[in-house]
Design a protein around this ligand. Structure first.
Ligand code: URA
Length: 204
């Protein structure tokens, strides 16, 4: 397992975070309580990207800490992936009022921040959570119902792996074969296997 430790990119990520914290480039700045920059291991090989902060995230300034976050934790725990070993962020860093889907222009304005995070963290595998982040990062693939559970290349040597959004699992609690929950449990096992093999190869 990786350790969360100060790394050479720590300062740059700090500088970026400082900038994002004072961002007023889109109307979400007017209604937010906190900017939710993202958190986790700054040298993570695994990056999870959601849509945007919800109510509890807006209040606390941390990603995926509300009900969807608890579901995400459950998914990660099922394969012993520790939150502190990965990095978690969103396409937009401020909460869209009423948890609506962020608009195209909000995502467009915010995306350079996520691009910079990716460039600094340098993950090997990006897991997009839900249709919004998947389609934003990889518009040329089918919707989440078809694309979840498959690996796609993203901008060269990074892999992108779509999964259902944890909120979708909360709305569809069935565990029956073929249900979103059932499929997600299979998907996260694929992620775990891939990352284990990646780390083994890297340390060989
Ligand atoms: N939903 C998201 O997409 N991101 C969060 O951080 C919380 C809920």
């Amino acid at each position: 397992m990786q350790e969360t430790s100060p790394s050479s990119n720590a300062l740059s990520l700090d500088a970026l975070e400082l900038r994002v914290r004072s961002c007023v480039l889109c109307p979400l700045a007017q209604t937010r309580t906190s900017v939710v920059f993202g958190e986790g291991n700054r040298s993570a090989d695994l990056l999870f990207i959601g849509e945007g902060p919800g109510e509890e995230e807006d209040r606390s300034g941390r990603p995926f800490v509300g009900p969807a976050g608890q579901k995400l934790d459950e998914v990660l725990n099922s394969v012993q992936i520790r939150r502190e070993d990965v990095y978690i962020s969103n396409v937009v860093k401020c909460r869209p009022p009423g948890n609506r889907v962020p608009s195209h222009s909000e995502m467009e304005v915010c995306f350079p921040y996520l691009e910079s995070q990716i460039a600094l963290i340098k993950p090997a595998l990006i897991v997009t959570l839900g249709n919004t982040s998947t389609q934003w990062l990889k518009p040329d693939i089918p919707g989440i119902t078809k694309s979840h559970g498959s690996f796609f290349s993203w901008r060269g040597d990074i892999l992108l792996f779509p999964m259902f959004h944890p909120s979708y699992l909360l709305r569809n609690p069935s565990r029956e074969k073929g249900s979103p929950k059932y499929l997600t449990w299979l998907d996260i096992q694929k992620v775990s296997k891939w990352i284990d093999e990646y780390r083994r190869a890297k340390n060989a």
